[in-house]
Design a binder for this molecule. Structure first.
Ligand code: HAM
Length: 435
């Protein structure tokens, strides 16, 4: 029988076993972000609904179909954030960050919410890690972003990455391209899905985002000739920018591949757009994506300020790592204290003391020696400390290496030092495989 209460559709619980891998991945991400000089920013999980319609775009799938929109008791129109670039830019303006320093390197990690149809790799609450570099239009910023993006995946054990790239130009060059796309699709207009016909009017680039099979077949229909390409409609500056970004990536030996159909699902992009896919995930194959958004901060009422960034879908990354059996942390070296009736009080004191430095477990139910040893074996601990009455009175502790089965006695005074040599300090993060 199904339990009375279940997690809402499209959400899930992450249980401790799974979270070991999540924490490992998040710790690796924090290390890489710190090495690049990025600093964390935390913004609210809900914002004014209008913030997202202005930035993601009225015609985007996210705004049209996926918003968790609600009115609060004060009659404010709000929405759970479907993404975090808009929130970060809102905070950038609200706190006048532009006046404090010219360039800001920011990162975030947290849940986003989209009311999509749940399927493999697609949730209604999902976790993103993202970074934004705000304040410079230089192509070097795009290159730094893409290099950070790739380095994060490498820190999680991904290899041989190829980043899909395109330029979506400026709003003006996009209009020219939109006209070309509309003219190209004109003979087949009635065969397009209803959604695409509507998008062709409002925002023709969105048509390239269609997942409709008939639409996709049309794009490859020989009768229409070759689809016009955004790169052929770029304004001069966007072209120069594009060439400089590609040259920068080449210098760093970052592999990329031009994808003429890549337009991104949100409307705020200008110039560079990029994504990384993993086909093993099926239809929801995008592991992450981003691009430049030079008009976004101005659109929100701030001073003209360029920016570039990306977000990575951690649920999908973790899914790939799990499929590959990678990224599981080696359990931190830990200790299990086993007491006799006569040494229970001392065992509690010793556990308390050792916990300042090591991960220590102890029986709290006053069970017998055998039951405690069994628990020690199951616990994953590396060492059992056995507080036999006689040894303890002699100032010694029995120590069993649970990995090798070896036993010895160690002087009580030298115990911490001995454990340090064996386990390292618990303050050190557990080493991970696949890094
Ligand atoms: P996005 O492409 O919409 O970009 O999302 C980034 C990533 O979030 C996707 O590639 C995917 O891995 C993950 N994702 C999106 N929706 C879901 C879902 N329903 N379930 C699981 N994972 C999902 C952005 O969000 C932009 N803010 C990126 C950006 C930052 N652009 C500039 N700065």
């Amino acid at each position: 029988m199904a339990p009375k209460h279940q997690a809402p559709r499209g959400t899930r619980d992450l249980l401790p076993d799974e979270l070991d891998r999540w924490q490992w991945a998040e710790a690796r991400a924090r290390e890489v972000l710190a090495r690049y000089g990025y600093r964390e920013i935390r913004t609210p999980m809900f914002e004014d609904y209008e913030l997202f319609t202005r930035t993601s775009g009225e015609a985007s799938e996210v705004v049209q179909k996926e918003m968790y929109r609600f009115t609060d008791l004060g009659k404010r129109e709000l929405a759970l954030r479907p993404e975090n670039t808009a929130g970060v830019c809102r905070a950038y303006i609200e706190h006048g960050l532009g006046g404090r320093a010219r360039i800001h390197r920011l990162w975030y990690l947290g849940p986003m919410f989209r009311y999509g149809r749940p399927q493999k790799g697609r949730y209604r609450q999902f976790q993103q890690a993202g970074a934004e570099l705000i304040g410079t239009p230089a192509p070097g910023a795009d290159v730094e972003m893409i290099s950070l993006f790739v380095d994060l995946f490498e820190a999680w054990g991904f290899r041989d990455l190829v980043v899909a790239m395109n330029s979506v130009g400026t709003p003006a060059s996009r209009r020219t391209y939109g006209d070309a796309l509309r003219a190209w699709l004109a003979p087949a207009r009635s065969r397009l899905s209803a959604d695409s016909q509507r998008r062709l009017e409002v925002n023709p680039l969105r048509v390239l985002d269609s997942r409709d099979d008939a639409d996709l077949a049309l794009f490859h229909d020989d009768a229409l000739g070759t689809m016009p390409r955004m790169l052929d409609h770029l304004d001069v500056e966007s072209r120069v920018h594009w060439d400089a970004v590609l040259a920068g990536l080449e210098t760093l030996a970052i592999r990329c591949e031009v994808d003429h159909g890549l337009v991104r699902g949100l409307d705020y992009y200008t110039r560079t757009a990029f994504e990384l896919h993993d086909r093993s995930l099926g239809a929801q194959s995008a592991l992450g994506g981003g691009g430049r958004y030079d008009g976004l901060i101005e659109e929100l009422g701030g001073p003209p300020t360029p920016g570039v960034g990306f977000s990575i879908g951690l649920d999908r990354v973790l899914m790939v790592l799990e499929q590959r059996g990678e990224g599981a942390p080696v359990p931190a070296g830990s200790v299990f204290v086993v007491a006799m009736d006569a040494t229970r009080v001392e065992a509690t004191r010793l556990t308390h003391e050792l916990r300042r430095e090591f991960a220590v477990e102890q029986d709290i139910e006053s069970r017998g020696f055998g039951a405690q040893m069994k628990s020690a074996g199951k616990s994953g601990a590396r060492v059992a400390l056995i507080l036999g009455e006689d040894e303890w009175q002699r100032g010694e502790v029995g120590l069993k290496d649970l990995a090798t089965g070896e036993q010895r006695t160690v002087a009580r005074d030298a115990l911490a030092q001995y454990l340090r040599g064996m386990l390292g300090s618990a303050a050190e993060p557990a080493a991970g495989r696949g890094a």
